[in-house]
Design a protein around this ligand. Sequence first.
Ligand SMILES: [Fe+2]
Length: 177
Amino acid sequence: MKTNQPVTPVNENSALQTLFYEQLQDIYWAEKDLVKNLKKLAGAATSEELKTAFESHRTETEGQVKRLEEVFVAVGEKAKAKKCVAMAGLAEEADELIKDTEKGSMVRDVALIAGAQKVEHYEIASYGTLAALAGILGHKEAQKLLDQTLEEEKKADTVLSGIAEGFVNASALQEEK
Ligand SMILES: [Fe+2]
């Protein structure tokens, strides 16, 4: 979605406002769930670099939960979480990746990065849409906040790619079945 839409006065009763509010509840649930899951991913990672990356994104995610609470205030809605089926599925998939890979192996890290990047891409798509909707609905402050998180998610994704390409993929290549 493009964000350069004309600014229209906020219409609290529009169907689009309802959709926007529901999408906010979805990502609010997803971020809260992710705080727990990033702890699990950090615990399961082999390399110190990946553990640190997961831990620092966990702290960042706690900030994103708070920022979403500011977004709810900015748009005049109550902060509510609604189960995000997609994020729940991605968390389940990450559990399977942990089960299916050997503890202490670099293949484990390759798998965890793959799972975490699916999460980041889901979030990038979600925040891109939310920021665009905030813009079109005339919620300027909310749009700014959502854009801020969008940038953080893109950076988190880049960090994960850097770790994979830096040494994880190459080390995993040396491991036997
Ligand atoms: Fe996030």
